[in-house]
Design a protein around this ligand. Sequence first.
Ligand SMILES: [Zn+2]
Ligand SMILES: [Zn+2]
Length: 338
Amino acid sequence: MEIPATMRAMLLEAPGTPLRLQEIAVPRPAAGQLLIRVHACGVCRTDLHIVDGELPQPKLPLILGHEIVGSVVTCGAGVARFRRGDRVGVPWLASTCGRCRYCRRGQENLCDQACFTGYTVDGGYAEYAVADQRYCFSLPPGYDDAAAAPLLCAGLIGYRTYRMAGAQVEHLGIYGFGAAAHIVAQIALYQGQQVYAFTRPGDLPAQAFARRLGAVWAGDACAAPPQLLDAALIFAPVGTLIPAALQVTAKGGSVVCGGIHMSDIPAFPYRLLWEERLIRSVANLTRQDGEELLAIAPQVPVRTEFQTFTLDQANEALNRLRVGALEGAAVLVMPGPS
Ligand SMILES: [Zn+2]
Ligand SMILES: [Zn+2]
């Protein structure tokens, strides 16, 4: 396939402004990089935080998008893991230094010099993207391109969040029932847990969606579930949910925050934390998380639910995510090769 000189991309020029469709040069793969024709790219809440200026110092102008599914068009020098034509997934973690104390002790998600796809390097809201081969994944064959995209962040970071809750969880609460929650809930059910879904107050469609996926209970975020939780996962960027979740979490239980940004956490009485309850955040992902999630997803099997948009509808997809008008995930789907 011939590589064109230019491609269409949705560019963020400054935080607080809508993305603009532009014709820009197709990137060239450096040594160790793949040039990928993007087939689908998921839309994540992190993208919204970047657009809204809630994350510091994005690359500008920026191509957002860190749930890229595409096929390898060419390889830079020294690429051995993939070949032209291979289908690959590109996640949030774009590269790490491999040398810092975090990288050396298996915490590459905390690397001091990590680069992030669609934040500090360009991502997949475009017809082509380049990515460091070492951080790309092979994808399970049972998923078509759009269905695989949500696995790459909602799935991956959702799974890391879920694992942080620990192994002895019977009753799992999930706050914010969107893309990550709908994937994690399926894995939790598969592993024998009972799932309790908490949504924005009055969001009956999201509660019905959670019940349809198998949640034993679904209700408002401020409501008390019929059973104390062993762990609560928070995917909504709302700091008041932390004391709310602690309030309904059993002794020794944990509250795990899966998002990259949250509004401030209000003061709360120590008794909510007392009795060895834990609060922790989850940052980024390791490649190990990715391999584990991509192995377990087809076993469950996780079915991703998503709405598709064209590349030039990226702003609309982001707006629908902002107001909670999506069931499952949003995915941009690119036209096939002409
Ligand atoms: Zn994400
Ligand atoms: Zn490092």
